[in-house]
Design a protein around this ligand. Structure first.
Ligand code: ZN
Length: 203
């Protein structure tokens, strides 16, 4: 953990003073504009990819950037979505998948997850993504990554807070796929838009 302590010391010494005014404002204000739902993968850093400042993104990261469809009951992902939309009033949600995703690779390749039963259970939230992925060739992982973003957008839309804000016209949903090698981001359309689905648009 020594490297993290060194990082904190460097942050306090070099980074914090340069943004002291921003942090002073943020100490009493929390008004993010966007809920960013990404994968827990260490290589996918929302603030870095979008060049966002502290305070701008409300972030939820899960394995495979999965968003369970709404179901009543205590659930951390649902609570975070509801808080961002209904309390903080974000105006946009981005669901961001990424290249070389371990979760999507495991599903695409049928990896035995017997030693990781919780992971196997969690990945059931991608069942619709797998079912929709027609590709069987070497492109299967990236095809699944794209289909999974669309499936999670559909799951997201089942959350009452999201449905209410969309009906009021105050919330926009977007699907992204981040390519680790190039740093590029492609926008993918919702499930209903097959043409957009087949030709992701590079941002
Ligand atoms: Zn991932």
């Amino acid at each position: 953990m020594q490297d993290l302590s060194d990082g904190v010391a460097r942050f306090r010494r070099e980074v914090f003073p340069a943004k002291a005014e921003l942090f002073a404002r943020l100490a009493g204000t929390h008004r993010p504009t966007t809920l960013f739902i990404g994968c827990s993968d260490a290589r996918v850093v929302p603030e870095l990819i979008t060049q966002s400042e502290p305070g701008e993104l409300f972030v939820v990261r899960t394995a495979g950037n999965l968003v369970p469809a709404y179901a009543p009951g205590p659930d951390g992902v649902t609570a975070s979505i509801e808080y961002a939309v209904a309390v903080l009033g974000v105006t946009g949600i981005v669901v961001c998948g990424h290249s070389a995703c371990g979760a999507m690779t495991a599903l695409a390749e049928g990896t035995d997850l017997g030693a990781a039963p919780s992971v196997a259970d969690w990945l059931r939230h991608a069942d619709a993504s797998v079912a929709r992925t027609a590709s069987t060739g070497p492109d299967r992982v990236s095809a699944l990554v794209r289909e999974n973003v669309r499936a999670q957008l559909a799951n997201l839309a089942t959350h009452p807070s999201v449905a209410r804000a969309r009906a009021a016209g105050t919330l926009t949903l977007r699907g992204w796929v981040y390519d680790i090698r190039s740093g590029g981001v492609a926008e993918v359309g919702p499930v209903t838009d097959r043409r957009a689905a087949l030709t992701p648009r590079t941002i």
